[in-house]
Design a protein around this ligand. Sequence first.
Ligand SMILES: [Zn+2]
Length: 354
Amino acid sequence: MALITLRQLLDHAAENSYGVPAFNINNMEQGLAIMEAAKAVDAPVIIQASRGARNYANDIMLAKMIEALAAIYPDIPLCMHQDHGNNEATCMTAIRHGFTSVMMDGSLEGDAKTPASYEYNVDITERVASMAHWVGASVEGELGVLGSLETGEGEAEDGHGAVGKLDHSQLLTDPDQAVDFVKKTQVDALAIACGTSHGAYKFSRKPDGEILAMSVIEAIHKKLPDTHLVMHGSSSVPQELQDIINEFGGAMPQTFGVPVEEIVRGIKMGVRKVNIDTDCRMAMTGQFRRIAEQNKTEFDPRKFLKPAMDAMRDLCRDRFEAFGTAGHASKIKVIPMDDMAKRYADGSLAPKTN
Ligand SMILES: [Zn+2]
């Protein structure tokens, strides 16, 4: 078993100047695809589950699946992370089911729709961080609301996303407030808002600095050089995956994601965790469509799922290589959560904020 906390993994990533993709899963096939890719290139792994995934798969199924993946791939450090926890209960039940890390997203209220006040965000994130740290689990917080700088709207995904129009002060994380937030909440990683949004329809054109504000990341990193930054909504929505879906009967309108080279630039500016879900979904769905179109007599789900897994595996391997994650799994000696708990308790893991 090599279950690792997010904090230990991102500390290693920072020391060695790489980033780690965090892939979402809902089912066994996605889990196997990620781990096969990681094994092929010796990369440590972050797997995350949203509340939607937990509802879809059932907590016990997910917990046993993670246990199984850790047993099948004992040499790959595996962090299991709650994506977009909306309250204390979501985060605590995740830890109870074996997650080593949780995101407390207090940028939205408990309904996961209404943008929250700064005070609400600090209060709930600080409370979850102190509880999680007692058992050695890591915490990611979020400051700023995810959404498009083009439309001022958040994209709801898995029941999570801001409703209504947002202004730029909400859509872009304020660097000074970020310092205050990390100091008050003691989070291990900070998700920031810089114009990325969830889903496939992120940008209507290849993004430039107007609509993808990498400068915000740079400014936050200058003020918080020791804080691990997290980019959400960072699928690249590759043209070839759009083309496969559309070639075999799909009707996805032309769209643009976050270019891999921008993410690589972000990693040089303190981004350590890069959330990717849409790309994996598209890689799999393209193969479902292809098989359905090319072999109309086929009825064995495995004949659809195997090529879908292979396509997702290849995509994950590409990201491990591009982000510099490859080659690091075997260099990490996993620290048990109980030892992490002691380090939090004695103050040695407190964030450096000056
Ligand atoms: Zn997200």
